[in-house]
Unconditional design. Structure first.
Length: 161
C-alpha cells in the first residue's frame, strides 16, 4: 500500500520529506555521497530490489536532486550525480548519521568516523546555531509563518491548536 503524498502541503518540511522521506532514498543518497554512482553498484551494495532502485533514482532525478548521465568510461551505462540541490542534503545525512551513532549505538563501538580530509580531525557535531554560532535548542527557536504560509501552517506555528 502506497503512503499518502504530502507534496501539496505548503510546509517546507513536508515537501522535503516528500523528496527524500524513505529509508531507501536516504541510503541511496548516502552511497552517492560516498562516490558510488552506478546503478549496478548501488543495487549490489544496497541489496535493493531493482524496481525500487529504479523508482527512487527516477524520483530523485525528477525532483532535481540527481542528474543521470552517460558513463564516461562505458557509454552503455549511466551514472547518477548529485546536483547542487542534492549536495545541500549532505548536512542532513551527516546529522542522521550522528544521531544514529548517539541514539542507536553498536555495543562494539563506533561504526563511523567522520574526519576532515585536510587534518584528519573529527568533524563537529551538526547543530542548529544562531547567526553568531551559539547552539540553539528547540525551546530557543520561534517558528514564525512567512508571507507564503498557508492558514494551516499559520495555525501550527501560532500554537493555537
Amino acid at each position: 500500500m502506497r503512503r499518502k503524498s504530502v507534496e501539496h502541503d505548503e510546509c517546507p518540511m513536508s515537501q522535503a520529506a516528500e523528496d527524500i522521506g524513505d529509508a531507501w532514498t536516504i541510503l541511496i543518497l548516502r552511497n552517492l555521497f560516498n562516490g558510488m554512482n552506478r546503478f549496478d553498484d548501488l543495487q549490489k551494495h544496497l541489496e535493493i530490489p531493482t524496481n525500487t532502485l529504479t523508482d527512487r533514482l527516477k524520483h530523485l532525478c525528477e525532483h532535481g536532486i540527481l542528474t543521470r548521465k552517460k558513463d564516461e568510461d562505458d557509454g552503455r551505462r549511466v551514472t547518477y550525480r548529485l546536483t547542487p540541490k542534492g549536495g545541500d542534503l549532505y548536512p542532513i545525512l551527516i546529522a542522521l548519521a550522528q544521531w544514529g551513532e548517539n541514539w542507536q549505538p553498536s555495543p562494539k563501538g563506533k561504526r563511523l568516523h567522520l574526519l576532515t580530509k585536510a587534518t584528519g580531525e573529527p568533524i563537529a557535531k551538526v547543530r542548529v546555531t544562531d547567526q553568531n554560532g551559539r547552539p540553539l535548542k528547540p525551546k530557543d527557536v520561534v517558528p514564525t509563518p512567512g508571507p507564503a504560509a498557508t492558514e494551516r501552517a499559520k495555525k501550527l506555528y501560532s500554537k493555537s491548536w
